[in-house]
Design a protein around this ligand. Structure first.
Ligand code: UDP
Length: 239
C-alpha cells in the first residue's frame, strides 16, 4: 500500500544552516516556516517526528576555540545556540498547529524541558513533535552525534540528515559540478572514503546500532514527504 508512510517514527537532523536559508547568520523566518510546515505534514500523517537541531548558524565551538577560546566554554556556547534554534522551531511548529516540546541535554528548565528518555518517548506517542536541543550535553561532540544517539535511544526507524545538497557525493558538488551522487553506501564505505557525511563518531554510532541514515536536500520542497512515502530520494547509508 503506497498511500501509507514507510516509517512510524523518524529522527530528522536539521543543521543550523538548514534554518539560515540565504542569510549569512541566524534564522530565516521563511525557511523556518516552510520546514515547520513540512514537518507538521509528516506528523499529520501519523508519523512520530523527533528533531535534533544544530547551532552552526549562530555559533560553532571549534571555530572560537581556534581563535584562542577555551574549547569547553566555546562548546557550551555552541550548545546554547542549538537551544535558541530549538525554541524557534517549537514556535514555528506551534504556529502551524502542532504541539511541540523542546528537550535539552543541558539543564535550563525554565526555557524548555530537560531531556528524559521516557518522557520524550511519551511525547512522541502522543503525537507531539520533540526537538532535542543542546546536542549530547557534552563538549567535543557534534549535533550529528547527538542525532545518532537520540535516533537509537528513541528506536527510530530511520535517521534523516537534512542538507543543502541531494545526498552524498564523491566530492563537493558545490565546487565540482561533475561530482557523482551515491544512491546507496555502507557506513564502512563512508568511513574508508572519508566522505563528509557526518563525523566518524556519528557514523560509527549508526553502524554499530544498525540505524539506517538517509541524506536528503531540505531546500527541495516536498523531498521529505517523498522520502517518508517510500520514494528513493537522496542517499541511503546502511550497514
Ligand atoms: N556542541 C557540543 N556538543 C554536542 C553538540 C554540539 O559541544 O553534543 C556544540 C559545538 O560547539 C558545536 C555547536 O554546539 O559547534 C553547534 O553544533 P553543530 O556544529 O553540530 O551544529 P550544526 O553544524 O548542525 O549546525
Amino acid at each position: 500500500d503506497d498511500t501509507r508512510p514507510a516509517y512510524k517514527r523518524i529522527l530528522l537532523k536539521l543543521s543550523g544552516e538548514a534554518l539560515m536559508g540565504d542569510l549569512e547568520y541566524g534564522i530565516c523566518p521563511n525557511v523556518l516556516g516552510r520546514v515547520a510546515r513540512e514537518v507538521a505534514e509528516l506528523s499529520r500523517l501519523g508519523i512520530e517526528v523527533a528533531i535534533v537541531i544544530g547551532g552552526g548558524n549562530i555559533f560553532r565551538g571549534a571555530g572560537m576555540a581556534q581563535a584562542g577560546m577555551d574549547r569547553v566554554s566555546a562548546d557550551h556556547m555552541g550548545m546554547l545556540a542549538t537551544v535558541m534554534n530549538g525554541l524557534a522551531m517549537q514556535d514555528a511548529l506551534e504556529r502551524v498547529g502542532k504541539f511541540c516540546r523542546v528537550m535539552s541535554a543541558l539543564k535550563i528548565n525554565q526555557v524548555c524541558e530537560d531531556y528524559i528518555r521516557r518522557r520524550a518517548v511519551r511525547h512522541l506517542e502522543k503525537g507531539r513533535i520533540v526537538v532535542f536541543a543542546a546536542g549530547t550535553g557534552n563538549p567535543f561532540f557534534t549535533t550529528d552525534t547527538a542525532a545518532s544517539l537520540r535516533a537509537i535511544e528513541m528506536n527510530c526507524d530511520v535517521m534523516i540528515k537534512a542538507t543543502k545538497v541531494d545526498g552524498v557525493y564523491d566530492s563537493d558538488p558545490m565546487r565540482h559540478p561533475e561530482a557523482k551522487r551515491y544512491d546507496r553506501l555502507t557506513f564502512d564505505e563512508v568511513l574508508t572514503a572519508r566522505l563528509g557525511v557526518m563525523d566518524a563518531t556519528a557514523i560509527v554510532m549508526c553502524r554499530d546500532n544498525d540505524m539506517p541514515l538517509r541524506v536528503i536536500n531540505i531546500f527541495k520542497e516536498g523531498e521529505l514527504m517523498r522520502l517518508v512515502m517510500g520514494e528513493r530520494v537522496g542517499t541511503l547509508v546502511e550497514r
